[in-house]
Design a binder for this molecule. Sequence first.
Ligand code: AHM
Ligand code: MG
Length: 342
Amino acid sequence: MITKTEEPGQIMTIERHILEEQRHHPEATGVLTQLLYDIALAGKVIASRTVRAGLVEILGQTGDINVQGEMVQKLDRFADLTIYRLNDHTGRLAALVSEEDQYPIPIPEKYPCGKYILLYDPIDGSSNIDYNIPVGTIFAVHRRITAEGPGTLEDTLQPGNNLAAAGYILYGSSTMLVYSTGQGVHGFTLDPQVGEFLLSHPNIRIPDKPAYFSANLGYRSRWSEGVARFTDYLLGAEAESPRLSLRYVGSLAADFHRNLLAGGVYYYPVDTKDSKKPQGKLRLAYEAAPLAFLAEQAGGYASDGTRAILEIQPEVLHQRTPLFIGSRPLVEKAEELIRLHG
Ligand code: AHM
Ligand code: MG
């Protein structure tokens, strides 16, 4: 007779997976495990709302009131509040940083402060919401630098190399959560009937042979000579150019996810004709750095065109950066052409 422990077909929930990851760190206290689980819960709540995103205007006009007694909100505001409310009181965080808030968000005085900092973009690709195109949540977790008390700006301004964990939740044809604590990259798909994220993509590695490239070619005339040459290379201008297909969703999490699984490169360079944004569009702390962490964990690479994203020490909270991310040889090719041509 087969005993229960020998029975094949174990279901790996995200909770169990995070717990097993924790066992690789004997010094771990379980706080990070719980924090990641809180983020997964926020992902489930946000996912349940994304399917109603198109109804917001209609429901809003009818004065629909939600359980907190508030008017129905736009999805990005809802996602931002959901992540905050599931994390402000747990004693695991010293501060939060949201794309939606100018300053670090303190933990209310009535709750204890913890040892982690959570930085997040609640809805990345939010311009896509109105068109029913996938969007994502991107998150980054740092250990605080200061010893105790409320988190400080210094705690929030850390290079990607210090990350304790990072990941994203993709609200697409299914909802996926992909994360890393520095032990590889693991993907989970939300089973809407069970209401749980189940391991569907263990140990993701970027394939050696890339398939796609992703960039907004509408801006091509605004890019530097090096980036223009990189684009020509991807379009097949050189004999040794890879044969790639172009795919650009305009939601970083979605474009990154595709290239992570299929191999490829996403880039959002400096707009040389927009002097107001000398550093491109994407934010270092909660867009570029967490995805760079995942890319490197999956055997890829991320650069600002001259140096590794993970090495950049942020100077201000919402610092922007050019981003080239995905298969290592392609990102290094971009660096080479930028080095040669600017
Ligand atoms: P957001 O966080 O305000 O949504 O902006 C970030 C998004 C990325 O997800 C996406 O890759 C990029 O902006 C698209 O920008 P563009 O429309 O200029 O191509
Ligand atoms: Mg964003």
